[in-house]
Design a protein. Structure first.
Length: 271
């Protein structure tokens, strides 16, 4: 058997591989649902001089982060895919908003303005958690698009994504790729007894008996419950919950898709 490669052939192969990886880097099922132009029309003010996260959250880092979670925005019909991505962008907007009622372009045009929680009430260390022990001197306040918080989230997020979340939590607000990856990790990962936000938005959530007793029916309101229900759900008229809905309505319109039912969690019990 005479199988021989010329060195030029080997170099050509490596070069072609390099080229295909380069163009792959931007391609993700999500980039076909949200173009850079649409992304920029959603986040009109993220790079405003007044925003502490100015120039941090780029379209490219978002798309690159999506490649780590190939099922995100890639399950179900085109409508389902658009609705999931719109819901994700709306939730991270409320987590990072710099908007106010009379803000230019309205309160829902100011998502992705912050990358770190401004006046943390605590260091978000649950010291009774033995599995993810806090590292001395580190705090686990909200950071990144989903405002990842608590040692029991930084630990497993870092383990899944390849950084030391307990010793080096700051990387979530210093590296925009990791920042978006932590938000997607939270969105995609089921943390029992909660379902994943992803499964709720693609229609794969199956309510348990406890969920039925707690009014936890599928919809955007249930995603709010997963993210911050302890503070916002079961409180008719809660302004934070209503702002999450405000972002989602604006984005769903920009994606040209309906929001689906059950937008609020006003009558749901938190998990
Ligand atoms: C802290 O962790 C313990 C054990 O994991 C848990 O029972 C408790 O609810 C947690 N407290 C908070 C505030 O998260
Ligand atoms: C993050 O960036 C800030 C300021 O840019 C710097 O002071 C800090 O040391 C950085 N932290 C890490 C973990 O890279
Ligand atoms: C479920 O929702 C109804 C109103 O639709 C409310 O009266 C009831 O208290 C809710 N149950 C729980 C457990 O929150």
């Amino acid at each position: 058997m005479a199988l021989s490669f010329s060195s030029e052939g080997v170099f050509l192969c490596i070069f072609l591989l390099y080229l295909s990886l380069g163009s792959e880097a931007r391609r993700s099922p999500v980039s076909s649902v949200v173009s850079e132009e649409l992304f920029n029309s959603i986040f009109l003010h993220k790079d405003n001089a007044a925003c502490p996260a100015k120039n941090f959250y780029t379209y490219d880092s978002f798309i690159m982060a999506c490649r780590r979670f190939p099922q995100f925005g890639a399950r179900g019909s085109l409508i389902t895919r658009k609705r999931e991505v719109a819901a994700f962008l709306a939730q991270i907007s409320q987590e990072t908003t710099g908007g106010w009622a009379t803000a230019p372009d309205g309160p829902y045009a100011w998502g992705l303005c912050f990358k770190e929680e401004v006046s943390p009430q605590s260091d978000y260390c649950n010291s009774t958690n033995q599995q993810w022990p806090c590292y001395p001197g580190k705090t686990y306040k909200g950071r990144g698009p989903i405002q990842l918080s608590w040692n029991y989230n930084y630990g497993p997020a870092g383990e899944a994504l390849g950084f030391d979340g307990l010793r080096n939590p700051d990387v979530v607000s210093n590296n925009s790729l990791i920042a978006f990856q932590t938000a997607l990790w939270f969105w995609m990962t089921e943390q029992k007894p909660k379902p994943s936000c992803h499964n709720v938005m693609i229609g794969k959530y199956v309510a348990t008996e406890a969920d039925i007793a707690a009014n936890r029916t599928a919809g955007y309101g249930l995603v709010t419950n997963i993210i911050n229900g302890g503070l916002e759900c079961g409180i008719p008229g809660d302004s934070r919950m209503n702002n999450r809905i405000g972002f989602f309505k604006r984005y769903a319109a920009l994606f040209n898709v309906d929001t689906g039912p059950n937008l609020d969690c006003a009558y749901q019990k938190p998990f």
